[in-house]
Design a binder for this molecule. Structure first.
Ligand code: GSH
Length: 236
């Protein structure tokens, strides 16, 4: 049941996906009830293939029978469709501030999430190290983005969690798993102090505690992906 209107909300997801976690965070922050359907991505369900025939990927949010695909589009949909339900809006009301939030969300997607994914899919140490280097460069610029968006407040969204917090926060457990997996913190207190403090603050939120993956489980999952993909033949 979704909010007070009694509409059906179903989230097709997979526990390890940072994209799915974004949507869970948004639903939690809005106080919306939903049914969670766990997908086996090696054996995709009819529901997933029917709901996201273009990408066959999670997350898909199904609202009263209508499928919404792509995590950032889902976040914007939740913000608009449930504006009156509760919680503060994710995107700012001011058009310029909205554009700034969208800019940094796009930056996170293109410059941080893409190499992050490559780190786990790399076949060689060289590929992995190059992706880690790209992530490190992206994190330095993102430190400026946090300053730009937060204006010295607690979150990218200011006093409360906003769109960029949720986009980045979906990967909070992966950020914490970074040191056990790769031997260095992703958000290092000496190099990017704002992001390091942001991560701790974000993980303390009730919504984050409710939905973020267990870090040890992510570490195990990450090790499994790295081992599997390192063994992949190069023509595959
Ligand atoms: N751009 C998409 C990315 C979603 C995505 O890559 N999902 C992965 C899981 S993390 C997936 O379902 N991949 C399909 C597959 O593994 O076949 C979004 O933001 O929702």
């Amino acid at each position: 049941m979704a909010g007070e209107k009694g509409e059906q909300l179903k989230l097709v997801g997979q526990w390890g996906s940072a994209f799915v976690t974004r949507v869970k965070l948004a639903l939690e922050l809005k106080g919306l009830n939903y049914e969670s359907v766990e997908e086996d991505l090696r054996n995709k369900s009819e529901l997933l293939l029917r709901s996201n025939p273009v990408h066959n990927a999670v997350p898909v949010l199904i609202h009263s029978g209508n499928p919404i695909c792509e995590s950032q589009i889902i976040l914007q949909y939740i913000d608009e469709a449930f504006a009156g339900v509760g919680g503060t809006p994710l995107l700012p009301a001011d058009p310029y501030q909205r554009s700034v939030a969208r800019f940094w969300a796009a930056y996170i997607e293109d410059k941080l999430v893409v190499p992050w994914d490559r780190v786990f899919r790399a076949r060689t140490d060289e590929e992995r190290n190059e992706a880690l280097r790209q992530m490190s460069a992206a994190v330095e610029a993102l430190e400026g983005g946090l300053e730009d968006c937060s204006k010295g407040k607690r979150f990218f969204g200011g006093d409360s969690v906003g769109y960029v917090d949720v986009v980045l926060g979906g990967a909070a457990s992966y950020a914490k798993a970074h040191e056990p997996l790769f031997g260095a913190k992703l958000f290092d207190a000496a190099r990017t102090p704002r992001l390091a403090a942001w991560l701790e603050r974000f993980c303390e939120l009730d919504a984050a505690r409710a939905v973020l993956q267990d870090v040890n489980r992510v570490v195990q999952y990450g090790r499994m992906l790295i081992a599997k993909n390192s063994a992949r033949p190069s023509n595959n």
